[in-house]
Ligand binder design. Structure first.
Ligand SMILES: *Cc1c(COP(=O)(O)O)cnc(C)c1O
Length: 450
């Protein structure tokens, strides 16, 4: 019988997170404060607890995972890896396709890999309450789950359109004990201002971040937590790629190509950064980040200092950005609609170490359906971007006759996104490429630095 599933023992779960900053050719560009100087740890302590700030600025290559965190992660980790024999056959490709499956967590995606340590460190630091934002609801549900594990109160500002369109994500957060508000609300300055300008404001991720940050900054027992973009989030996700390496080694494989979808960059960082250590040591491996054509941050955005939220409360980060006032088109991969991207990942793309590609919406759902019919698992619309790119690479192997080894991260399942699949089947989804003019205009709105 062909081997399909590659598993690890609990004892083989990584004991350390991998910090890519240690292997980057140039040191990571620092976040800047309003005065144009690098942000001090002290300034960050208004919204983050001490251990999180330390990890955000860490330089050392390996950072130990606390036992109490590993204990909770073993609820679903190590996560399985599969060889996509049926998909390979359906495509008629000589390529070997492997995927790491992160949909096995209780929240259904990779996000609890960071939510759990974030909740743990906040608890240890004496924090009572966490605030956060959520778009489609995946991060909100992950931090609600993690808050519950360690006895922290969690308040989630959920983008209003998603609050209305995804009631079950809200129920999930409430089941895990969180308080969920439709953002913009009338109990923060940022929310009030947005509602005064437009009472029907549908909300955006940037605005929800402004609300969550404001509440954390104005309450001493409250910290803010973010589900992607920041260095410590990318760090926590590297457990994915480290496990993947061990799993491939068990079947004597090493990838030629590593693929992940990219919203803020965390699951991509998770699967790809551990391979970057080998690449830095001279090994040949392509690292490929995939984003929607409708939110083309890495492929068409500006590499510049910009705010992480829409109001301008966060420090300035050097990253690819579509402008902090970017209003996302309503595509279905809600988790990929952020205006910026991880500064670490952005810098690696800028330096040519990581490749980035865009995919149109319809092609992602076509790939998702093809994958589900071959492999069984129904991918989240975000993950469909990685699937689509893996299929493109496998088809290229068919053309060239090369038997490359392809690894991609299947970041989550699509069980809460079946309405999007319905629309795809009904022919109601469209391709939408973000207009060039809007990208040009964003340049004039970028904050001036120095
Ligand atoms: C949130 C999410 C993403 C995008 O976030 P990243 O930080 O870029 O990983 C991708 N896939 C799934 C399933 C998600 O929930």
């Amino acid at each position: 019988m062909q081997q399909t599933k590659i598993l690890l023992e609990e004892s083989e779960m990584p004991t350390h997170w991998y910090n890519v900053a240690a292997d980057m050719p140039n040191p990571p560009a620092p976040p800047l404060g309003p005065d144009g100087n690098p942000v001090t740890p002290d300034a960050m302590s208004a919204i983050f607890c001490e251990p999180i700030i330390q990890q955000e600025m860490a330089q050392e290559r390996w950072i130990e995972i606390p036992d109490e965190v590993r204990q909770v992660l073993t609820m679903w980790r190590p996560s399985p890896m599969f060889r996509a024999h049926r998909l390979e056959k359906a495509l008629g490709t000589p390529a070997k396709i492997f995927y790491k499956y992160e949909g096995v967590s209780p929240a259904g995606s990779h996000k609890p890999n960071s939510a759990v340590p974030q909740a743990y460190y906040n608890k240890m630091a004496g924090v009572k309450k966490l605030t956060t934002e959520t778009g489609a609801g995946q991060w909100g549900s992950s931090i609600s789950l993690a808050g519950q594990m360690y006895g922290l109160d969690v308040t989630v500002y959920m983008v209003k359109v998603s609050y209305q369109q995804k009631p079950f994500r809200r129920s999930m957060m409430e089941t895990w004990g969180a308080k969920v508000y439709a953002s913009p609300t009338d109990h923060t300055q940022a929310g009030k201002a947005a509602l005064a300008a437009d009472p029907n404001n549908p909300g955006s991720l940037g605005l929800a971040i402004s609300e969550a940050v404001e509440v954390a900054a104005s309450n001493p027992d409250t910290c803010y937590s973010l589900g992607s973009v920041l260095n410590h989030v990318c760090l926590h996700q590297t457990i994915i790629g480290q496990e993947a390496k061990k799993q491939l080694a068990k079947v004597d494989e090493y990838p030629d190509i590593v693929i992940g979808c990219c919203g803020g960059g965390s699951n991509f960082a998770g699967v790809a950064f551990p391979f970057l250590a080998d690449k830095a040591a001279g090994k040949e491996v392509r690292l490929v980040a995939v984003e929607p054509d409708s939110c083309p941050t890495l492929t068409r955005g500006h590499y510049a200092y910009d705010f992480g939220d829409s109001v301008g409360m966060t420090p300035l980060m050097l990253m690819y950005t579509l402008g902090h006032d970017f209003m996302p088109p309503s595509i279905h991969a809600g988790g990929l609609r952020y205006h910026g991207d991880s500064p670490l990942l952005s810098q690696l793309v800028k330096e040519g170490i990581v490749e980035a590609h865009g995919i149109p919406q319809l092609a992602t759902f076509e790939a998702g359906v093809q994958f589900a019919r071959a492999e069984g698992i129904i991918p989240a619309p975000e993950s469909c971007h990685a699937v689509a790119r893996a299929i493109i690479e496998a088809n290229a192997c068919k053309e060239s006759g090369e038997a490359k080894t392809i690894l991609f991260n299947l970041s989550g399942h699509g069980h809460f996104d079946m309405a999007s699949y319905d629309k795809f089947f009904a022919g109601e989804l469209e391709n939408y490429a973000y207009p060039e003019q809007a990208i040009k205009d964003a340049l004039s709105h970028l904050p001036k630095v120095g």
